[in-house]
Design a protein around this ligand. Structure first.
Ligand SMILES: NC(=O)c1ccc[n+]([C@@H]2O[C@H](COP(=O)([O-])OP(=O)(O)OC[C@H]3O[C@@H](n4cnc5c(N)ncnc54)[C@H](OP(=O)(O)O)[C@@H]3O)[C@@H](O)[C@H]2O)c1
Length: 328
């Protein structure tokens, strides 16, 4: 079978399109014939070697997969069932979804919910799942539209665009934060952004607190941007920290937490509890399913085009989502 496999090279880990025996796949009791995968920031790090994602090598790349059960020793699944796997250490310690077949333990497999096709499940993929998980955690911690507008940083990316449209569909007023204000404003407004601003609009001049302009936030960047976001959140607002596209560091003070009751919510989509996972997929197939899903996931490429898209993601030149068709 064909697979984009991460191998050690003199230049570090790199992915290469190659043939892999089905018997060589990491262990599991469900074999899935992959139809689609998707490209996330983490995939780009794994494929280009910009980040060490695969903790054992060689290993097939791809943190997401949607397909049809080929064979199952787990009684919950039968041949022909449409299913998906997102996260669950795919491409870290388990062979991933950028391959014709994936083998995983049954606990990692989510039945495709009514209302989503296999392509749509991967148009959403980890990015859509993460945006919806962030919204779940925000609401669980009492975030409501009355708190005020919601910042979304990294707005031009997959998680960012989904977060904007899902927040808008849930009744919030998203404010998009992007380095590409001019180029992306029309699309971000179509998704529901009430305003589109550049990251330097949040600059506090190093002060730990600034004007209380926003009810909460979904942050994909980390670093200085996350520190600035925290400084602008109103009393008892929440910030969901989902990413580190700018930096894994956070240099901030505790003042937003203890003087304004602001909460910083961690989002780990990889090992999301199963009960949450199923509820989140139901939301993704229902009220949070983005109305502009096919516009956000604007391209579907083959396995041989994955490397070029990953280069663009690392260069910060990619927008929205790319689906990978495994079988053409
Ligand atoms: N916690 C989790 O479980 C989880 C799940 C999914 C993703 N993530 C993380 O969330 C982040 C976003 O993921 P994604 O798949 O949406 O990635 P993506 O599609 O590549 O989007 C990231 C966006 O961040 C901005 N950006 C990229 N590099 C930047 C830089 N050096 N400085 C400032 N802004 C930069 C860009 O937006 P603009 O050009 O619009 O500014 C870019 O479109 C990544 O860090 C990813 O690892 C975490």
């Amino acid at each position: 079978m064909r697979a984009l496999r991460i191998e050690d090279t003199d230049a570090g880990p790199r992915a290469r399109l190659t043939e892999v025996a089905l018997s060589a796949l990491t262990a599991g009791d469900v074999v899935i014939a992959a139809h689609y995968s998707s490209l996330n920031y983490k995939d780009a790090m794994a494929v280009t070697g910009a980040g060490k994602i695969a903790r054992q090598r060689p290993l097939n790349a791809g943190i997401d997969v949607a397909g049809v059960v080929e064979h199952s020793e787990d009684a919950r699944f039968s041949a022909g069932d449409p299913v998906s796997v997102t996260g669950w250490l795919l491409s870290e310690t388990r062979d991933g979804g950028l391959a014709e077949y994936v083998r995983v333990p049954g606990d990692c497999v989510t039945p495709l919910p009514d209302g989503l096709s296999l392509w749509e499940a991967m148009a959403l993929g980890t990015a859509g799942f993460t945006a919806a998980m962030a919204i779940k955690r925000l609401r669980d911690n009492f975030q409501s539209p009355e708190h005020g507008p919601m910042l979304v940083t990294g707005a031009g990316g997959g998680v960012g665009m989904f977060a904007i449209e899902m927040l808008a569909q849930a009744g919030f007023e998203p404010v998009a934060v992007t380095r590409r204000v001019e180029a992306l404003t029309p699309q971000l407004r179509t998704l529901g952004a009430v305003d589109v601003i550049a990251p330097d609009n949040l600059d506090t001049g190093g002060k730990p607190l600034a004007g209380e302009r926003f009810g909460g936030a979904i942050d994909a960047l980390g670093g200085e941007t996350l520190a600035a976001v925290l400084a602008h959140i109103r009393q008892f607002g929440n910030v969901a920290a989902i990413g580190l596209a700018a930096s894994p560091k956070l240099e901030a003070t505790v003042l937003p937490f203890i003087l304004r009751g602001v909460s910083l919510l961690g989002i780990n989509s990889v090992e999301c509890p199963v009960a949450w996972r199923e509820a989140i997929w139901r939301d993704l197939a229902g009220p949070l399913k983005p109305a502009h899903l096919a516009d956000i996931a604007h391209e579907t490429v083959g396995l041989d085009e994955v490397a070029d898209v990953c280069d663009a993601i690392i260069a910060g030149e990619h927008t929205g989502r790319t689906v990978v068709a495994i079988r053409r």
